[in-house]
Design a protein around this ligand. Sequence first.
Ligand SMILES: [Zn+2]
Length: 316
Amino acid sequence: MTRGAYPATLSLDMKISFAAIVLALLALLTGCSTPAPEARIQVAASIFPLADITRNVGKEMADVYVLIPPGASPHTFEPSPREFKKFVNVRVFVTVGAGFEFWAEKLIKAAASESLLVVRTSQGVQMIPDVAHAHRETRLSSVGRQEGNPHIWLDPTIAKKITHQIAVALAEVDSGHAHFYMKNANEYMSLIDSLHAEVKKAVSNFGIKEYVAFHPAWSYFARTYGLNEVGIIEESPGRQPTPKQLKRIVEDIGKFEIKAVFSEPQLSAKAAMAIAEEANVRVLMLDPLGGEGIPGRDSYLNLMRYNLNVMRQAME
Ligand SMILES: [Zn+2]
């Protein structure tokens, strides 16, 4: 062994031990900021707005995915075998409830997990009766009827209650972080408060309070902010309006001096376009769902501001 070789070996040992320390430190650090996947609560939400609210409450402690893909309508959704497979690991399932997720019972049954917590966010909400929002009769018959208009999340005052409910559910499943979930929920609820104030102020300046919507998605919004839904183009998804209904909507557009009819990205705009042409008004798009990666509609708060701006164009 030469004199020169000895220090070289030593420095290699030192390098190894240094690397070990760095690795240990890294493990410690990442352990603090991002918990291991198995430590996070696995959450499924039926629709994007509920998923986004849950992410804001659960932050790094929750893995949240949306069941209904962007662009699909929750009114006609059917879970695929892939969704059944994925659902097996779900610990908390955030839903609207009240029959909205008419396809969900099958998933819940298939998961057959006693530890699955199903959050029905419409619980305790004063529901608006649903006239004809009956979805597809054949599918409904197996799971029972919808117990009211399901579009509760489009009213920020209800979204606030939903946020609290989700925090309670996460705290129930992971009581060690109960304080964390409540703190996050409170922060998020104050953001909803700002949104609510913004919407209230904007809507109070609307010169036109009447509107024609594609389907009854904005009834809760209208109830809270004093708007008046005078026409619904498709009372239930896929059911085209009768000539008589069309005629009445066109008349109402004239009577209330409505400047635009609203369509939605998840449903065919054909009927809305026909009415707009007949009444000589514009078609504007309201989006009740939004989705990941959709610019300007990629969070619940952004989505609501997007919709407010669209309404402004038609009603201010
Ligand atoms: Zn709907």
